[in-house]
Design a protein around this ligand. Structure first.
Ligand SMILES: [Zn+2]
Length: 476
């Protein structure tokens, strides 16, 4: 081996005379001539065994030029992309040729050829629109060393100008945007490393604007990617790794004409509209609620409410509804809200699933029959409910409404006491519980409305007090 190597060098012609092995002399001489030819002719003409041909690629508007060299020393296959832009073609072919030249030099200097050294260079187009072209060139070299080399070169081009688009162009020099992308890229690497159970690595020194300057667009224009060959940014033990950053995750930083031209940049998310200020905040409002009706005193209550221009909410017992359907229609026409209060007033957390469903549905149906709409609120009798009960409400698009002020009007059938309890408990946003089946309660209402109006309160339905409600949730 050692002898051969010495003889392989053209300079060592003196050795030819010294060593008497004719075969060795003959072969070494041949190699010498071959090398001289190679090094002499490389700059001007292709080696005689180089062949090339053109073919359409699978990418629109792009042809391929295939170059092969196949001999004892090397086995080479290179596919160059030929786009419609000469500038793009030149940059890529120069880049490929530089790599190929290094390979040829290695082949040239090598002396041992158990098998030919191989080089395969191909390309992939990951984004190809009228404006943008992203190309990855993959290079695989096996120079009979310990490790075959795998490298990539990649670019995104402005198809019209033929210029390479760098990260700084894509972010229009915005440091904030670049930082966001760098941070997302680090995140992508960390996740990959974690999935592969490779050791953690400090990426701060490695991943920066320069390292990420060249990028490709992938995923139909919806992602940025960096297909890293082995040892190109990370230590070689980490292998090949593609950094992917979904554009949606950084789209707010890419709201610029360049990025829009080249990739799919979603519109910035609409700023969430501020929740409409509810009357609760703007004014002092209260929801008066009346349970267990309709009853014989309900019509009188409606008169009182009309007089004060106050709106209220009625939680109705389903079994009582059909007999007083007119009262319900009047409630509705006067702008009051109708709610479900079960069919027969049980504790809903203690009845069977079947009865629970019936209590809700029969009442909803009765109310629907009277006024043409089903309620979206329900007050469980005694305020008794559990998760299963709420789930039944949720399935029907209904929310549970309890109360914040209990007048205990059913216990103290005394209008003055009921009024003073209501007034004492009143505060902005309060839901006051009363029962319109007791005349004392109905008679307490003028006192309540007078007192609280003087304090600046207005009286609204539960719906207007709370606003949008989530089905299956309990308020207030
Ligand atoms: Zn009740």
């Amino acid at each position: 081996m050692r002898i051969q190597r010495k003889k392989a060098k053209p300079k060592s012609k003196k050795l030819f005379i010294i060593i008497p092995f004719l075969i060795l002399l003959f072969s070494a001489g041949l190699f010498g001539i071959y090398f001289l030819n190679q090094s002499h002719s490389r700059q001007t003409t292709a080696p005689s065994d180089e062949k090339y041909y053109f073919a359409d690629s699978k990418y629109s508007g792009i042809r391929s030029k295939f170059v092969t060299r196949d001999n004892k020393r090397e086995k080479v296959s290179i596919e160059y992309p030929i786009t419609e832009n000469e500038k793009i073609n030149r940059l890529i072919s120069e880049s490929i040729d530089k790599i190929d030249r290094d390979f040829q030099n290695t082949v040239l200097l090598a002396t041992v050829f158990d098998k030919p050294m191989t080089e395969t260079i191909g390309y992939q187009v990951t984004h190809n629109t009228s404006e943008a072209l992203s190309i990855v060139v993959n290079i695989k070299q096996d120079m009979n060393g310990a490790h075959p080399a795998s490298m990539t070169q990649f670019w995104t081009f402005d198809k019209k100008s033929g210029e390479v688009v760098g990260l700084a162009d894509f972010t229009e020099q915005s440091d904030e945007a670049a930082e966001a992308i760098i941070s997302a890229a680090k995140n992508s690497i960390s996740q990959t490393i974690k999935q592969r159970q490779q050791p953690e690595i400090d990426l701060n020194e490695i991943i920066n604007k320069e390292a990420l300057s060249n990028f490709i667009i992938t995923n139909n224009g919806n992602a940025l990617a960096w297909p890293l060959g082995q040892a190109s940014l990370l230590p070689s033990s980490y292998g090949e790794l593609t950094i992917t950053v979904p554009i949606s995750s950084v789209s707010k930083y890419l709201q610029n004409p360049t990025a829009r031209k080249l990739a799919n940049i979603p519109e910035p998310p609409e700023p969430k509209p501020e929740p409409a200020p509810t009357p609760t905040v703007a004014n002092k409002t209260i929801a008066l609620t009346f349970d267990d009706g309709p009853g014989p005193y309900t019509e009188k209550l409606l008169d009182i409410l009309d007089k004060y221009d106050a709106k209220a909410t009625f939680f109705l017992i389903g079994s009582k509804v059909s007999a007083r359907a007119n009262t319900l229609r009047r409630m509705q026409s006067r702008g009051h809200q109708l709610g479900n209060h079960s069919w027969s007033h049980p504790e809903l957390n203690k009845v069977s699933a079947e009865q629970l469903a019936n209590e809700i549905d029969q009442t909803n149906n009765a109310i629907n029959q009277a006024v043409g709409t089903k309620p979206n609120i329900i007050r469980p009798p005694y305020g008794a409910f559990n998760r299963a009960v709420l789930e039944q409400f949720r399935q029907r698009g209904m929310s549970a409404i309890v109360w914040s002020v209990d007048t205990r009007d059913w216990a103290d059938r005394n209008s003055e006491i009921v009024c003073s309890r209501a007034v004492a408990g009143a505060r902005n946003g309060a839901v006051i519980l009363m029962h319109d089946i007791h005349p004392t309660s109905v008679n307490a209402v003028p006192c309540i409305l007078d007192s609280l109006k003087q304090q600046g309160y207005s009286f609204v339905t539960v719906q207007n007090l709370i606003g949008d409600m989530t089905p299956g949730a309990a308020y207030p």
